[in-house]
Design a protein around this ligand. Sequence first.
Ligand code: SAM
Length: 289
Amino acid sequence: MRNLTDVGFIKDIINRYGFSFSKSLGQNFLINPSVCPRIAELGNANENFGIIEIGTGFGVLTAELAKRSKKVVAIEIDPRLVPVLDETLAEYHNVRIINKDVLKVDLHRIIREEFAGLSVAVCANLPYNLTSPIIMYLLEQRLPVKSITVMVQKEAGQRLCANLGTREVGAVSVAINYFAKARMLFNVSRGSFMPKPNVDSCVIRLDLREKTPEGVLNEAFFFKTVRGAFSQRRKTLANSVSSAFGIPKEMVAEIILDAGFNANIRPEQMKMEDFIRFSNGLYKTNICM
Ligand code: SAM
């Protein structure tokens, strides 16, 4: 098979298929030959696993996943890539391409129908503009997957993997931490892509928890509270939550004190159990319903 990181071959595909990269679909394809094998190896692609890939491009990562794992189901939104993939992945008989928006695919069904008896992992080089929505879509469905290994924009990766209680934390860090243990694996420079983006990237791995944290009275309300807490960067919890929910600051301050915190506490100082305690306190008052 031809090397899918070879720029000459990529240009040949572009010419023969009349392909042009779509910015809105985040089409920056990998041309650095060392990156995809590393993602596959660190992302659990082995004979005991079925892999879901999101966004195939010309199939450069798909091929590395197919070489190592039992089966790959790859979901790609762009119909122009389907005939290209028929050519580039012709030798892999354990790959199924689904030409759909991943956010509209029933992933539970795919796992049931395609991966019986296998452990399942997700691997992807994600489109930058959809990083958080796709990751949250995967996590919130509580899919029976062991890990999610994805390439994302470097700053987004730092936020996604931030430890609670540090300055880098945002609402998405808390949400990720609720479902998984996040780890930064390695950095990837912008020169590794075609076309070259304006930012560097990194690969992160989320190992899904068997059990999410206990004690949350209402999960949807918990996430709403966390989003409210981070709605204004660097503001106190009382200020952010009172403006996000449209309730008087004094009421929020009372709940904060009742939960045992300093009145001026900031969300970036809080741990998971602190968010749970505060959100439960707010929930019990019924003022945000
Ligand atoms: N895996 C390839 C690589 O590493 O070269 C391509 C990665 S590129 C950053 C992102 C890919 O995701 C593109 O092929 C794009 O068409 C696809 N994509 C964008 N939005 C999508 C969506 N909602 N569902 C499925 N695929 C999507």
